[in-house]
Design a protein. Structure first.
Length: 88
């Protein structure tokens, strides 16, 4: 894990209730119950809202994102998400 920074040394990039977009296909790594390993959970471009911020391995943040269309709540890393700017 030499290429990854220790994210926990900084505050989270995203905040609760922020609208975010998935930057790449997210597949089940075995942690999403009821779906086969490798099954798609969120497609590139899907939009959801951050509902929880946890940590993993004392190294990086996991953002639980609720995707309204599917109803899924999926754990995502910072590099998998981008902020959706709200139109004013």
């Amino acid at each position: 894990m030499l290429s990854d920074e220790i994210e926990l040394e900084q505050p989270p990039v995203f905040e609760l209730e922020q609208k975010v977009r998935v930057r790449k296909l997210i597949r089940n790594d075995g942690t999403f119950r009821g779906k086969d390993i490798g099954a798609p959970l969120a497609k590139k471009g899907d939009v959801g809202y951050v509902v929880y911020i946890g940590t993993f391995l004392q190294t990086y943040y996991i953002y639980a994102v609720h995707f309204i269309e599917t109803g899924y709540i999926v754990g995502c890393r910072k590099k998998e998400l981008e902020l959706v700017e709200e139109e004013s």
